[in-house]
Design a protein around this ligand. Structure first.
Ligand SMILES: Nc1ncnc2c1ncn2[C@@H]1O[C@H](COP(=O)(O)OP(=O)(O)OP(=O)(O)O)[C@@H](O)[C@H]1O
Length: 357
């Protein structure tokens, strides 16, 4: 996105990380947690930092926050190098790293907000309106004078996020912001995170294992694996890449063995069959991932050659979790089983629809 100012100069990105490297320990016990990681995050966007356990997410976030000193590489926040000028760089940064544990349970909700604003150097007089708006936005207004200890887990989590935002922040880091919340509270928090970016131009970096949350609120994702970036994409662009590759074709017949063998050879198709084996009738579902532009035509040609009646051809929309698993290879062998389970669900739905027809 072009962030040029009136003089045509381009504003720096909210975050710029270049050549980050961190190894813990030495000799045989050395573990490289982050290995030459570089990326930029634009202002006013929500970006998910994803990766399997041990991929290097926490080390990356802590390096950005100055809590870990990297062996190599630079981090700039709003164009300011955090190593050279830490106080300036961190002036407008908030972090919610340990959920509800980073607020004071013996203080009231409003006292927590005042405390965290004070830590950032804001005086209570100047932040009153901001805090009223936050309390309102998070549905905490009628609990403003309640001691945090007496609140539910979801409310504590909201107080934690509100405290992170209690001072004027431009960039916010969040680690598993919705972990352990009920569905309704999770949705409220997600909406609030989205509003922060859309309305207040705040940049949000979210680390989460919940792909549903990431798909819901993030503009982009950074996927780490073994300390390296394996994807740095817009969520929609990433889904599009996979969307055009997954196909499912249903034919109203059982497949002859020769056809089955051809399809397995040609596109490594996953073939499931329902119906009466003896009569040869039934329905067969052929799922496959196209690796080049001809694969779909090849499959259709084989089906045509065997005179198999086509019932349905669809391109499958994967969700972010499928994409993540495929990118990281984490649980890759679970994919066919997940796909089969979804196909069984769809089959049940079709049967119900057909019965109703
Ligand atoms: N202080 C440390 N000393 C030694 N090794 C460490 C230290 N911190 C992290 N590591 C190692 O570095 C690697 C990356 O860890 P990191 O915590 O950054 O991963 P992560 O992606 O945040 O994982 P998780 O999702 O499990 O929190 C892991 O192999 C971890 O064991």
């Amino acid at each position: 996105m072009d962030r040029s100012d009136e003089r045509g100069a381009t504003a720096p990105p909210a975050i710029r990380v270049d050549g980050l490297h961190k190894t813990f320990g030495s000799g045989e016990a050395a573990v490289t947690a982050v290995d030459d990681v570089s990326f930029e995050i634009e202002r006013g966007t929500v970006v998910g930092l994803l990766g399997p356990n041990g991929a290097g997410k926490t080390t990356t976030i802590k390096s950005m926050l100055g809590l870990i000193v990297p062996d190599a590489g630079t981090v700039e926040i709003g164009g300011i190098d955090v190593h050279d000028r830490p106080t300036r760089a961190y002036e407008h940064i908030g972090a919610m790293l340990e959920g509800a544990r980073n607020v004071y349970w013996r203080l009231t909700v409003r006292e927590n907000l005042a405390f965290f604003a004070g830590l950032g150097g804001d005086s209570p007089e100047t932040v009153g309106d901001r805090h009223d708006a936050l309390l309102e936005g998070f549905g905490l207004a009628d609990r403003a004078d309640t001691v945090v200890n007496e609140l539910s887990r979801g409310m504590k989590q909201k107080v934690s996020l509100a405290s992170t935002l209690a001072r004027d922040v431009d960039v916010v880091f969040m680690d598993e912001p919705t972990l352990g919340l009920d569905v309704e509270t999770s949705l409220e928090l997600r909406a609030e995170i989205r509003r922060l970016a859309d309305r207040d131009d705040v940049t949000v970096v979210v680390s989460s294992h919940d792909m549903d949350v990431i798909e819901d609120i993030c503009d982009g994702v950074l996927v780490l694996q073994n300390g390296r970036i394996v994807a740095d994409e817009d969520v929609e662009a990433l889904l599009d890449v996979f969307r055009s590759r997954e196909y499912r074709i249903v034919v109203d017949a059982a497949l002859p063995t020769a056809a089955r063998n051809r399809l397995e050879d040609a596109v490594d198709a996953d073939i499931t069959r329902r119906g009466d084996r003896n009569s040869g009738r039934g329905r067969t579902t052929i799922s496959f991932t196209a690796t080049d532009g001809d694969d779909l035509y090849d499959v259709i040609t084989v089906l045509g050659r065997f005179d198999l009646p086509l019932r349905d051809v669809e391109s499958v929309t994967p969700n972010l979790e499928d994409v993540f698993l495929e990118l990281t290879g984490d649980g890759a062998d679970r994919l066919p089983e997940r796909e089969r389970e979804r196909e069984r669900e769809r089959e049940r739905e079709r049967e119900v629809t057909e019965r109703d027809d």
